[in-house]
Ligand binder design. Structure first.
Ligand code: OAD
Length: 272
């Protein structure tokens, strides 16, 4: 066993002793709920529990490529609310930035499309956006790209944009990964990178969507894995050096920062 005990203090000591030099972080919607963005699967507040108005056959259909082909309007009805721009990063996002600034971040794998990691100061090349983002958009048939300004207009008007090539006229969709679509190449190129990590931190995800959900398994057996999440998820807790902090992400990262002696630094980074 690598840790002295399965506790937050042992994780902090492991970091302070300089044994965690390459930390891999894996995140999901739960790190952005305190910014005001709903997650997907929380029973009352999650997006999937609040889609009755869209009259979908099942909640996840709003992000299903085959459903989108038949009926793109529900997605565009939601897109306005999901579109980045009006939210502020949380202290959990700043914690990831702090790891980067200390030279300890190996890579961040995120399922989020809100771009808050980038806004918090994590550089582009440190982030694997496993489920894509709103940064680009293209035709789902001929893959021709579509201009940003027209996309913003469509989202504002809740209208469905179509391909500019008249002979195509396919539907245009932001390059966020829908169910039934491939994840970006950057994910597959890096999916075994967690093998090189000496610490793994998983935060704010239910780990229900594959292949992302398998990422923590790519860490070596002896690599400590810390889960900061309101509930236990995936197979975290099954290994000897797994530590579970089952609470709010912001509270959890503050505790970890405090135990590492970084709390003031973190708070001032977040306040910037
Ligand atoms: P989920 O909504 O499935 O899971 C969020 C997790 O975070 C749950 O375990 C919550 O209990 C927890 N949580 C929420 N708020 C929290 C907080 N403040 N502190 C601590 N924990 C909190 O979201 P994801 O796992 O990100 O994909 O969902 C994965 C994918 O499913 C998404 O990327 C999206 C969705 O369908 C696509 O749209 C392709």
């Amino acid at each position: 066993e690598t840790l002295e005990s399965r506790s937050l203090e042992a994780i902090a000591k492991y970091i302070k002793d300089g044994r965690a030099k390459r930390i891999v972080v894996m995140t999901g919607a739960g790190i952005s709920t305190s910014a005001g963005i709903p997650d997907f699967r929380s029973p009352d507040t999650g997006l999937y529990a609040n889609l009755q108005r869209l009259d979908l056959p099942y909640a996840e259909a709003v992000f299903d490529i085959n459903y989108f082909r038949k009926n793109p309007l529900p997605f565009y009805t939601l897109a306005q609310e999901l579109y980045p721009g009006s939210y502020r990063p949380t202290i959990t996002h700043s914690f990831i930035t702090l790891l980067y600034q200390k030279g300890l971040l190996l890579k961040l794998f995120t399922q989020n499309i809100d771009c808050l990691e980038r806004e918090a100061g994590v550089p582009d090349d440190m982030i694997i956006e496993a489920h894509g983002s709103f940064a680009r958009q293209c035709c789902i048939d001929c893959k021709a790209s579509y201009p940003d300004d027209l996309m913003q207009k469509a989202i504002k008007e809740k209208s469905v944009p179509t391909c500019q090539k008249t002979e195509c006229n396919g539907l245009v969709k932001p390059e966020i990964v829908f169910f039934g679509e491939q994840l970006p190449n950057s994910f597959f190129r890096n999916r075994f990178l967690p093998e090189d990590a000496d610490l793994c931190i998983v935060m704010g995800t239910s780990l229900t969507v594959q292949p992302f959900a398998s990422l923590p398994q790519a860490c070596r057996d002896r690599t400590p894995r810390l889960l900061i999440n309101s509930e236990q998820v995936g197979l975290l807790g099954s290994r000897a050096d797994d530590v579970l902090l089952l609470e709010d992400c912001d509270t959890g990262v503050r505790k970890l920062a405090e135990a590492c002696g970084w709390l003031e630094e973190l708070e001032s980074l977040w306040a910037m």
